[in-house]
Ligand binder design. Structure first.
Ligand code: NAD
Ligand code: UDX
Length: 434
C-alpha cells in the first residue's frame, strides 16, 4: 500500500514512520526544503523519543522516503494524509485552514487512479466535505473519496501512543475508502485496538471534544488547587481521591501551571469559535480557557509572593521551558506567559531545558540567559522555579542546590517534591494547591 503524508511535522513524521513500521510504503512530503534535506540525511528535525531510530530503520528498509515533490509522490498513492498545521487564525480563534486547503489543491491536480484523501490534521466539522469540494473543483475528473482520521498522539510519547492507541477513529462514508483505511491499520488488530468507524462530522468533532474534555479536567483540578491553597487541602490528595472513582479516572488531574502545547490551547479556542458560529456557544469550554489563562497569571503571583512580594532584582533559575517533558515543542508553553511577566517586574531569568532552549530563544525576551546545565542555572539564584517536570529535575540533590543558591526559595509548579524534603535541605518550598 502506498501512503503519502503531506506535512512532516510532529504528527506527519510520527504517523509516517509508524505506518512504514506497519509495512506500508510511505512518502512524507513537506514544503520546507531544509526539513526534507535533513530527513533525507537521517537527521530528525524535532525531538521525540525513539523517532530517530524508527525513521532511520524504515528509511533504510526502503519503506520511508522524504520529498518536497507533491506531484511525484501523490500520483501513485492509495491514501494521502493531510497532516499540516491548523494554528489559531489571527483575530477570531478559528482554526486556520489555509494550509489544509492549499494541500488539497496541490494534491488534486496530481491525482491518478482511485485515492483516499484523509484529514489527519485537527480540523473543524465540515472540513472533510470542503476538502472534497476543493479537490473536485481543481480536478473534476479525479476519482477519490475523503475521510477523517484524527490523531490522538501526545508529544513525548508519540510513537507508543500511535502504536498502541486507545482507539482509531475513522470518519468515512465510502466502503472502498473504509476498506483501505482498515487495511492500513490492520497491524493494530493484533493488540485489539478498537477501530471506531463513524461519519465525517462525528469524527471531526470527536477530536475537539476529546481535547476539550481533557483540558477541562486540567482546568478543573487547577481551579481546585486554588481552593486547596485557601482551605489547607492538598490537591494531590484531592486528585488521587477523585481519580480512584473509575467514573472520573486518575488521568489528567495533575495540577500545574496551566496546559500548553500545540493542541489544547488552539483546539479549545477553535471549538469555542465553532460553537459560536453554530449559534450554540460552549460555556464550559470558554470557562476552561479562562481558568487556564488565570492559572498562568496565578503562577506569576505565586513566584512573587514566594520571593517576599517583589521579583525586582531577583535572580530566578527556571528549570524547564517546554510545555511538557520529552519534547522540544515550545508552542503555547506556560513559560512563554510566565517568564516575560517576571522580567517585566525586574527579574533576571536564567533558564535551562534539556531539549527546548533552541526553540525557546526566539520566543522569549532577549534578556533571558540560557544555562548549559542545572548547576550553571542555579548558581547564585534567589529562587529556583521548576516549570517542566523533566526527569532530570526530579532527583535534584537539594542540599547541593541550596548551597549553590544565593536565596532559599524553591517554587515547584509541577508538584514534583514534598515539603519535608525541601525544608530539611533548608529551602522554602511553594507548590501548586498544597
Ligand atoms: P507541525 O507544524 O509540526 O507540522 C506541519 C508541517 O506541515 C510543517 O512541517 C509544514 O511545513 C508542513 N506543511 C504545511 N503546508 C504544507 C503543504 N502544502 N505541503 C507540504 N507540507 C506542508 O504541526 P503538527 O504539530 O504536526 O500538527 C499537524 C496537525 O495535527 C494539526 O492540525 C494539529 O492540530 C494536529 N495534531 C497535532 C498533535 C501534536 O501533538 N502535535 C497531535 C494530534 C493532532
Ligand atoms: C494533547 C492530547 O493529550 C493528545 O491526545 C492530542 O493528540 C494532542 O494534545 P500533548 O499536548 O502532546 O497531547 O500533551 P499532553 O500530555 O496532553 O499535555 C498537554 C498539556 O497539559 C501540557 O502542558 C501538560 O503539562 C498539561 N497537563 C497534562 C497538566 O497540566 N495536567 C495533567 O494532568 C495533564
Amino acid at each position: 500500500m502506498n501512503v503519502v503524508m503531506i506535512g512532516a511535522g510532529y504528527v506527519g513524521l510520527v504517523s509516517g514512520a509508524c505506518f512504514a513500521e506497519f509495512g506500508a510504503k510511505v512518502t512524507c512530503v513537506d514544503k520546507l526544503e531544509e526539513r526534507i534535506t535533513a530527513l533525507q540525511q537521517g537527521k530528525i528535525p524535532i525531538y521525540e523519543p525513539g523517532l530517530d531510530d524508527l525513521v532511520r530503520k524504515n528509511a533504510d528498509a526502503g519503506r520511508l522516503a522524504f520529498t518536497t515533490d507533491v506531484a511525484g509522490s501523490v500520483a501513485n498513492a492509495d491514501l494521502i494524509f493531510i497532516a499540516v498545521g491548523t494554528p489559531t487564525r489571527r483575530g477570531d480563534g478559528h482554526a486556520d485552514l489555509k494550509y489544509v486547503y492549499a494541500a488539497a489543491e496541490e494534491i488534486a491536480v496530481n491525482l491518478q487512479g482511485y485515492t483516499v484523501i484523509v484529514d489527519k490534521s485537527t480540523v473543524p466539522v465540515g472540513t472533510a466535505r470542503e476538502v472534497a469540494r476543493v479537490v473536485k473543483k481543481a480536478n473534476p475528473d479525479a476519482d477519490f473519496d475523503v475521510a477523517s482520521n484524527p490523531e490522538f498522539l501526545r508529544e513525548g510519547s508519540a510513537i507508543s501512543d500511535f502504536m498502541r492507541p486507545d482507539r482509531v477513529v475513522l470518519g468515512v462514508e465510502a466502503e472502498r475508502a473504509e476498506e483501505l483505511l482498515r487495511e492500513l491499520y490492520r497491524p493494530l488488530n493484533l493488540i485489539e485496538a478498537p477501530i471506531f468507524v463513524t461519519g465525517l462530522e462525528s469524527a471531526e468533532l470527536i477530536k475537539y471534544a476529546a481535547n476539550a474534555f481533557l483540558a477541562t479536567k486540567i482546568s478543573f483540578i487547577n481551579e481546585m488547587s486554588q481552593l486547596c491553597e485557601k482551605t489547607g487541602a492538598d490537591v494531590n490528595a484531592v486528585a488521587k481521591g477523585m481519580g480512584m472513582d473509575k467514573r472520573i479516572g486518575n488521568k489528567f488531574l495533575h495540577a500545574g501551571p496551566g496546559y500548553g502545547g500545540s493542541c489544547f490551547p488552539k483546539d479549545t479556542l477553535a471549538l469555542n469559535r465553532m460553537a459560536q458560529e453554530h449559534g450554540v456557544g460552549s460555556r464550559i469550554v470558554e470557562a476552561v480557557v479562562e481558568v487556564n489563562a488565570s492559572q498562568k497569571a496565578r503562577m506569576v503571583s505565586k513566584i512573587r509572593e514566594a520571593l517576599g512580594g517583589s521579583e525586582a532584582d531577583k535572580r530566578i533559575a527556571v528549570l524547564g521551558l517546554t510545555f511538557k517533558p520529552e519534547t522540544d515543542d515550545m508552542r503555547d508553553a506556560p513559560a512563554l506567559a510566565i517568564l516575560p511577566a517576571l522580567i517585566d517586574r525586574g527579574a533576571t531569568i536564567i533558564a535551562h531545558d534539556p531539549e527546548g532552549m533552541n526553540e525557546a530563544r526566539p520566543l522569549l525576551p532577549d534578556s533571558v540567559e540560557y544555562a548549559e546545565n542545572i548547576n550553571d542555572a542555579i548558581k547564585d539564584a534567589d529562587a529556583v522555579v521548576l516549570m517542566t517536570e523533566w526527569n532530570l529535575y526530579r532527583g535534584l540533590n537539594l542540599s547541593d542546590l541550596r548551597e549553590a543558591m544565593r536565596g532559599d526559595v524553591f517554587v515547584d509548579l509541577r508538584n514534583v517534591y514534598e515539603r519535608g524534603l525541601m525544608e530539611r535541605a533548608g529551602l522554602r518550598y511553594t507548590s501548586v494547591g498544597r
